[in-house]
Write a protein that binds this ligand. Sequence first.
Ligand code: EPU
Length: 455
Amino acid sequence: MTGQGCDVPASVVDDGRMRDVLQVHGGLPLHGEITVRGAKNFVSKAMVAALLGESPSTLRNVPQIRDVAVVTGLLELHGVRVVADAVAGTLVLDPRNVESAHVADIDAHAGSSRIPILFCGPLLHRLGEAFIPDLGGCRIGDRPINYHLDILRQFGAEVTKRESGIEIRAPHGLVGTKVSLPYPSVGATEQTLLTAVRAAGITELSNAAIEPEILDLINVLQKMGAIISVDTDRVIRIEGVARLRGFEHTALSDRIEAASWASAALATHGDITVKGATQPEMTAFLNTFRKVGGEFDIKDDGIRFYHPGGDLRSIVLETDVHPGFMTDWQQPLVVALTQAKGLSIVHETVYENRFGFTDALVGMGATIQVYRECLGGHPCRFGQRNFYHSAVISGPTPLEAADIEVPDLRGGFSHLIAALAAKGTSEVRGIGLIDRGYEDFQGKLSALGAEFTHG
Ligand code: EPU
């Protein structure tokens, strides 16, 4: 089977209205066991890394999510043969016939993902040129790509903005450089890695992001033949090499999905064992989960998350880059915080606009006020800039069923949790967005005893 078909679940490929709406009959605790596979935010980058090899790569533990289907499509447009075994979770990526894609074809993918920006380094090495359409991704802030373009220029690329997107060329090849990031951006760190591994000479990246997904990408690149060291203080050094080969790798598991189900267990008074969840990548989440009053048992093959009874406790929380509390964990946990006793404060420091999803929660009976000020923590770069990036949640407040529209991937999952926690029947529209990053979430909900029907 080729990757284009990719055996994605029906709801991923069928955007029909019926499939896009769920009637959730809430108020039941979620109980049971589910499995998470590879991390969305690693798998998509490892797929791009395969472009750099001179032989095929094999990636295991790949989830069936729409972002994987999108990257598969983009790779195929560039001549990469992708063979997927969706059930086993294996992708074989053969980059031996990489070619330029038609601008219009790449453009057809615009709006569906931010991954195209990471194709630049590998394509510049393979073909000397790359074209990037307008970028999509979640509506959680401006999400600019200025760091990426500055980095590519530093390596010697010529960047030209055209009406349909951005054209990037490297007529004289790419040369290692010193990059100092203004902020430890995940994507900009990956951009530097994917470009530096085959650039001539040494690249030194300071103020790098060191998320576990990035360290696993470094594992992949080292398997391919790259020379990369991660020093203390967020400094990564890369010695460029002339050739890279394919890799075989099993993706690290999705700690965002695991934390999302953990928050669902807490908000619904439930008990969910997440097979595949791992402790080291979730330390900050587990500490916070415990402070709120949730319990967990770490096992060899996963983590059991549960509400032990009694009151949940309010907390003060600040999102941050790794090793801090991930921004992507924030939205699902906020739903559980509506059930905690007292005033919780959440300061979002990664994105300037990630509290839009709380409007729907307020409509369901939550008491949440958002503020422009940096509350409950250190001043951050959004403090003086009119962004509503702090939230105060007063609880506990019973949630009531409502009709809600999914705003973005993580906000969407949070709405789903709210609907599951609320008494009565909620209508959740736009659930297709959730398929971007949550594998078979409807199957998992059924396995956990959730009651829902397609509206
Ligand atoms: N930023 C810039 N300029 C840039 C790049 C980033 O100003 O050129 C800013 C962003 O606007 C943001 C901050 O830097 O305020 C951090 O962005 P970062 O580059 O770290 O994020 P990203 O690489 O675009 C990835 C994940 C996100 C996750 C963030 C932070 C992928 C595909 N996406 O995004 O995941 O929130 O890192 O951990 O890996 C999600 O999974 O729902 C999701 C949004």
